[in-house]
Design a protein around this ligand. Structure first.
Ligand SMILES: NC(=O)c1ccc[n+]([C@@H]2O[C@H](COP(=O)([O-])OP(=O)(O)OC[C@H]3O[C@@H](n4cnc5c(N)ncnc54)[C@H](OP(=O)(O)O)[C@@H]3O)[C@@H](O)[C@H]2O)c1
Length: 339
């Protein structure tokens, strides 16, 4: 990564790609169709509520400043956080509010201090809305060439959260980790990263997704009534840590299995604090784990639970409805088609 940044700086010093319309302002810019139109489509909303509040709007293409780049979005990840923010269950920016935090695409313009070049393929976090034809971003890693945009967009939030959570649990090889929701975007990443580190994993999922959890090298079991007994049967000596990646009232079983709240984290259960369990969230932090997960996925050392479930940008409401259902395999992705 350091070498890649050095190479980009060297290319920049040579003045590559500094001949777009932004030349002279310090902004390096591609001379694509966006600049002729100066407009783009994005998903926006004016109030909290159901999926129906989401609107497709025509807005100006954003300009990157400082270390930010503008990314021509090829795939926008749909995360549960998107509909939780839309419903007002999580805080969000001011209205009118753009939706979406996760993108994969191509750098289309770069601020004067950006570490990226026009044309770089990247994945990461959008600032000011990722459900759009173009998005501003700074928190990015390189997309491995072997990965499609569709597959690559499944990585940032899942790897950042799963990798950070595993580090928090401080697992040793041969310890046993229980992952609740091991068929989901974060849970499947957590299960596989833990397996890659030599940790034994028991993963919960619906009955329909037991095979998928098993394919990650984890021992599957179903969530719901009686889960603590099923886990005890699979791990008679107990589990060393619990990573709740799904919520749905799992913490009581987790506490029962651990005999207390030590080495249990949840990313999804807001009752955590009252139970004395750590609610884990990692909006920032180093990006090494995201780059590493991208490398592992490109090398087929880890896999996605299923191919992406895709929707056109204009059908963001349907995509969020699907996310809100809480089931179904594969990353939910909005496909954008820049004009
Ligand atoms: N705190 C943070 O920083 C952070 C970051 C990312 C995500 N999250 C949260 O983590 C959760 C998972 O996110 P995701 O993107 O992985 O979602 P996802 O891909 O939709 O996965 C949802 C998972 O929940 C499972 N599930 C559904 N009903 C369940 C139940 N009753 N009991 C146990 N598991 C159940 C699903 O299993 P089946 O499909 O097999 O039914 C699936 O494995 C969401 O609540 C999200 O908001 C938090």
């Amino acid at each position: 990564m350091i070498r890649a940044c050095a190479a980009r700086r060297a290319r920049r010093a040579k003045g590559d790609a500094a001949d777009g319309p932004g030349a002279g302002s310090g902004i390096r810019e591609a001379s694509g169709p966006a600049h002729k139109l100066g407009r783009m489509q994005a998903i926006q909303y004016d109030e909290t509520g159901g999926p129906e509040v989401l609107r497709l709007v025509d807005v100006p293409v954003p300009e990157p400043e400082g270390a930010r780049v503008r990314v021509a979005v090829r795939a926008a990840g749909v995360n549960p956080a998107d509909w939780k923010i839309r419903r007002g269950l999580m805080p969000g920016p001011q209205f009118p509010r753009r939706a979406g935090i996760e993108i994969a695409g191509v750098v289309d313009a770069a601020g004067p201090e950006a570490a990226w070049q026009v044309g770089d393929e990247v994945i990461g976090w959008a600032e000011g809305g990722g459900y759009a034809e173009f998005a501003l971003a700074e928190r990015l890693v390189a997309k491995p060439a072997e990965l499609s945009f569709l597959d690559a967009v499944a990585i940032p939030v899942a790897a950042n959260t799963a990798g950070g959570g595993l580090a928090e649990l401080n697992l040793e090889p041969d310890e046993t980790l229980l992952v609740n929701g091991a068929s989901g975007a974060v849970g499947s990443m957590a299960a596989q990263l833990a397996r890659a580190a030599g940790v034994r994993v028991i993963g919960t999922a619906s009955a329909a997704n037991q095979d998928v959890v098993q394919s990650f090298g984890a021992t599957p079991t179903t969530y719901g009534e009686g889960v603590a007994d099923r886990v005890r049967a699979l791990a008679p000596n107990g589990v060393d840590a619990v990573f709740d990646c799904a919520g749905h009232g799992f913490l009581d079983a987790a506490i029962e299995l651990r005999g207390g709240t030590d080495r249990i984290i949840t990313i999804a259960d807001v009752s955590a604090e009252e139970k004395g369990v750590r609610f884990y969230s990692r909006p920032g932090g180093p990006l090494d784990i995201v780059a590493e997960a991208a490398r592992l996925l490109a090398a087929e050392a880890i896999r996605l639970p299923a191919p992406a479930r895709t929707f056109p940008l204009a059908e963001a409401a349907a995509a969020q409805r699907e996310s809100e259902s809480g089931h179904g395999l594969g990353k939910i992705v909005l496909i954008t088609a820049p004009r």
